[in-house]
Design a protein around this ligand. Structure first.
Ligand SMILES: C[S@@+](CC[C@H](N)C(=O)[O-])C[C@H]1O[C@@H](n2cnc3c(N)ncnc32)[C@H](O)[C@@H]1O
Length: 246
């Protein structure tokens, strides 16, 4: 055994994302398939006007959220914002929060940017890329007041379950980025995925399941995917966890 092995900490240190050999502590989940899509001319113009100020590509650099937003406020990360209909509605309903939306699908982000510009919404910033990279590299440990994942792709075929975003490693990563008392809110219309999500979330030692009927309010706007689920009569499952106070 060499000294590096001997000296390696038995448990990850705060904020650590790789072990002493450089391997990821949170095994990689690839939850999306790249989709192309052209922007309309109006979307491209809105993108060009706004991206330099309120958009960023995912990188290895830690985010300085207060300077990006121009104020210090509770920080919420929405993962997989799609076309951003619900993102915009949440930001308007919660003007006191700084809301970051991460999405891999550029045309979806372009729709959100258009809405931000049209409705002059000041408290949204958008990130293009993989939410796992954002959580791992860009977000400080214990810095998020909330994480929201609404209608993550269910990958219904058994052989594709490994692509699901919400698995144990993702819960561990999210939990490490939430501040004590921070809230993770998940919604899905896929019954079997809901069960798997509940099992993985309940097994995460840093999270505790919160009662939906608790005095805390967890109201949220209807998302675009949820609208489709309503049309075909699918039941919606809401799952909420709080980060335990250590
Ligand atoms: C089923 S859609 C739901 C969109 C939106 N939340 C809604 O309810 O209308 C899931 C979205 O998550 C995005 N997505 C999946 N994995 C992602 C990841 N690792 N990082 C960022 N976005 C992701 C997909 O591109 C897709 O737009």
């Amino acid at each position: 055994m060499n000294h590096a092995d001997q000296d390696a900490p038995a448990v990850p240190e705060e904020g650590q994302t790789k072990d002493s050999k450089g391997s990821r502590l949170h095994p990689r989940v690839t939850s999306f398939r790249s989709r192309r899509g052209a922007l309309t001319a109006a979307q491209q113009e809105s993108w060009d006007r706004q991206w330099p100020r309120i958009g960023a590509d995912v990188s290895d650099n830690r985010l300085d959220a207060p300077s990006w937003f121009g104020r210090d406020a509770p920080l919420i990360l929405e993962i997989g914002s799609g076309t951003g209909t619900a993102t915009a509605a949440m930001a308007k309903a919660e003007p006191h929060v700084n809301l970051m939306a991460v999405e891999v699908y550029r045309p979806g982000l372009a729709q959100l940017l258009q809405q931000i510009e049209r409705d002059e919404i000041p408290n949204i910033r958008v990130l293009r890329g993989d939410a796992m990279d954002v959580l791992e590299n860009m977000i400080e440990p214990e810095s998020l007041t909330g994480v929201r994942v609404f209608f993550p792709d269910p990958w219904p075929k058994a052989r594709h379950h490994k692509r699901r975003l919400l698995q144990s490693p993702t819960f561990a990563l999210i939990a490490s980025r939430l501040e004590a008392g921070g809230v993770l809110h998940v919604a899905t219309d896929h019954a079997e995925y809901a069960e798997a999500i509940a099992e993985a979330g309940n097994a995460e030692p840093l999270l505790t399941s919160l009662d939906w009927e608790s005095p805390m309010t967890h109201e949220r706007p209807v998302t675009k995917f949820e609208d489709k689920a309503h049309q075909v009569g699918s039941a919606i499952t809401e799952l909420i966890w709080g980060k335990i106070r250590s």
